[in-house]
Design a protein around this ligand. Structure first.
Ligand SMILES: [Zn+2]
Length: 412
């Protein structure tokens, strides 16, 4: 039924799709034929051309993926898919929590199934074409199986709890729901590096040697309580390189991809590690944790306001109101706020990246090491060297490499 909610959600869905299309198109337009001078020592003409082809291929494929998702969503919605699914679910059980788990579970599985061919094509055709892909079909399947099992083991109990709380306490359950999910995600953040990430990758303590000694010296200099640095087998899936910091308290881990170690010298790797320690020292990790918990609070509070709202159910063609339906349909209403928050988080994240870079430059006293590491990373990952500012504004958690390098040059 066409009502205010219907129009609002439709306008949101179409508006964000359009924004995405426009940002991708201007991003393609911003590919420059001349190699930026700062990269002349790492990229040659053919590598630069390849990086641009990669950006073009990924952009076109992204557009196709987004269009397909949009068309399928609109078709499902307008053909009465939500109402149809709700009736089937209600026909099977009177229990609202079980009905909710089924309703959300089917929608979740459906969307995963739709994205499967795109995942396959992205990994085995596009990434393969540029020599990045190292994922075997076996690893791909196992990743999906493990991911799905984790969603069931972790997602089902927490979803059941949320459904139960709103069923029991109505709108005022938002506070309990928020506390429960916040506590749960803190526990997950604490435990994931030890119990979940190893399901997907092997974490090996870094071998004794020049690199480890240099890293140890550096972390002492930073007064960083480094217990262990891990090498992870990123090469199991891709030749792309990376490094990250994760976890809390004694479960925190710094991990360097084996692909990064292979292509960089000790100076560069120590600089990358100093950057990661910079995130910790500058309290970026706690900052993003607090912000994501606050964001959850806003989400739960607003969800409480729209609980069992008949107009919202009418817009999605569902007759009977329910907590689980409220949860799903509210997510569509929340989309503009969620997009806005994600843009704000990315502005903050880009600022934090500059801070971590500056920290690394200061503590190592060698900005040139990080510059050289970032340049190699750009080349190895075929990064887009000239992304459009509007695309960066909407999508980049890290500043474009050229800007990071310019900021580091200024510190020399
Ligand atoms: Zn960083």
């Amino acid at each position: 039924m066409i009502n205010g909610y219907f129009i609002f959600v439709l306008a949101t869905v179409l508006g964000f799709f359009l924004l995405d299309v426009v940002s991708r198109i201007v991003n393609l337009g911003s590919l420059k034929p001349e190699l930026p001078a700062a990269f002349a020592d790492v990229f040659d003409e053919s590598a630069y051309a390849k990086s641009q082809d990669y950006t073009r291929d990924r952009t076109r494929f992204g557009l196709l993926d987004d269009t397909a998702s949009l068309v399928l969503l609109l078709a499902f919605w307008w053909l009465g898919g939500f109402g149809w699914l709700d009736e089937i679910v209600r026909g099977h059980t009177e229990n609202q929590i079980i009905a909710g788990l089924l309703f959300i579970g089917v929608l979740f599985l459906g969307s995963r199934l739709i994205s499967l061919p795109f995942d396959l094509y992205g990994t085995f055709v596009i990434e393969e074409r540029y020599g990045f892909n190292k994922t075997t079909l076996g690893t791909f399947v196992m990743d999906k199986v493990k991911g799905l099992s984790l969603s069931v083991v972790i997602g089902v109990p927490i979803l059941a709890l949320i459904l139960h709380l709103f069923d029991q306490f109505g709108s005022s359950a938002w506070l309990y729901g928020w506390i429960a999910v916040a506590a749960f995600s803190l526990v997950m953040m604490y435990l994931a590096p030890t119990y979940i990430m190893p399901l997907f990758n092997k974490f090996e303590p870094l071998e004794e040697g020049e690199l480890k000694t240099a890293i140890r010296e550096m972390s002492e200099k930073c007064q960083f309580p480094l217990t262990e640095v891990y090498e992870i087998d990123g090469s199991k899936r891709s030749t792309k390189a990376n490094a990250f910091f994760t976890g809390l308290g004694k479960h925190k881990k710094i991990a360097l991809y084996d692909t990064l170690i292979k292509n960089n010298g000790v100076g560069e790797l120590v600089a990358v590690l100093a950057h990661e320690i910079g995130h910790f020292k500058k309290k970026h990790i706690y900052q993003s944790m607090v912000l994501s918990i606050l964001q959850m609070g806003v989400l739960f509070f607003l969800l409480g306001l729209f609980l069992n709202n008949q107009g919202l159910f009418d817009a999605f063609g569902v007759e009977d109101v329910s907590v689980y339906g409220s949860l799903v349909f509210f997510m569509f209403l929340f989309e503009p706020i969620s997009k806005l928050l994600s843009i704000l988080m990315m502005i903050l994240s880009r600022k934090n990246e500059y801070e971590a870079d500056a920290y690394a430059a200061e503590v190592t006293g060698r900005p040139e090491d990080l510059i050289s590491g970032l340049k190699k990373l750009s080349k190895d990952n075929l990064a887009n060297l000239t992304p459009h500012p509007f695309f960066v504004f909407l999508n980049y958690s890290h500043p474009p490499m050229l800007k990071r390098i310019a900021a580091l040059e200024a510190l020399k």
